[in-house]
Design a protein around this ligand. Structure first.
Ligand SMILES: C[S@@+](CC[C@H](N)C(=O)[O-])C[C@H]1O[C@@H](n2cnc3c(N)ncnc32)[C@H](O)[C@@H]1O
Length: 209
């Protein structure tokens, strides 16, 4: 698979590592493995890298990439909040360097996960396909429950109106894509300037999912 994601601030991240001393590296959001690859390339032969990601597909890409380097690494398809437990399982007591690169990667943005307003394939919005996505909740929850999510996680003034519009729309057709949802929101909040009117709705759903 072609690797598209360019790791952010790669040189800056690398500059924090003292490769003569640091041996145990923790990449809590390994993604496509851009940062991890660069770290392992430069790491001493007796180093070890432990990576975490919720996305089982993206981890396969990281695995292929890191496997070429002939250095020791473990990849866990787990939430990084459980990293301490996982380290214990492999008898590692701590790390010399830890990286947390939050957000989604371009792989996730471009591969029909529903993160983009323009996505006409999906409305999932989750990092892992194993979990219930926004598509489930948008079509299942009541008007009040949806309004609560938009209000609580998006602080949206028009929460009730948006929830009402969603419920009206889905009486005729299931909402299947992010583009469809973005268009429904745009009926309630008119576009002003560059920021898409559905930005906060997407934010709220991503947090909820
Ligand atoms: C910006 S990408 C990381 C890109 C990576 N640094 C690289 O160079 O390819 C962030 C990654 O964090 C993962 N992620 C988000 N929340 C997570 C969590 N709670 N536990 C584990 N991984 C998570 C996402 O699936 C995504 O792959």
């Amino acid at each position: 698979m072609e690797i598209k994601h360019t790791p952010v601030l790669l040189n800056e991240v690398i500059s924090f590592i003292d490769f003569s001393k640091h041996k145990v590296f923790l990449d809590l959001t390994v993604g496509e493995g851009g940062h991890s690859e660069e770290i392992l390339k430069r790491a001493r032969g007796d180093s070890i890298l432990i990576g975490f990601d919720l996305d089982e597909e993206i981890l396969k890409i990281a695995d292929q990439r890191l496997s070429k380097l002939n250095k020791k690494f473990y990849l866990f398809n787990e939430n990084y909040k459980d990293f301490y437990k996982k380290l214990k399982e492999i008898n590692i007591e701590g790390a010399d360097f830890m990286l947390l690169d939050l957000g989604f990667s371009s792989f996730q943005l471009e591969n029909g996960r529903g993160f983009s307003f323009l996505d006409e394939k999906s409305l999932h919005m989750g990092y892992s396909k194993q979990i219930r996505g926004a598509d489930y909740y948008i079509n299942k929850l009541s008007k009040n429950e949806l309004a609560y999510i938009f209000e609580e996680y998006g602080e949206i003034k028009e929460s009730e109106k948006i929830a009402e519009e969603i419920v009206k729309y889905r009486k005729n057709k299931k909402i299947e894509t992010s583009k469809e949802l973005a268009d429904i929101v745009e009926k309630v909040i008119k576009r002003k300037g560059k920021i898409h009117p559905a930005t906060k709705v997407f934010q709220a759903l991503r947090i909820y999912v």
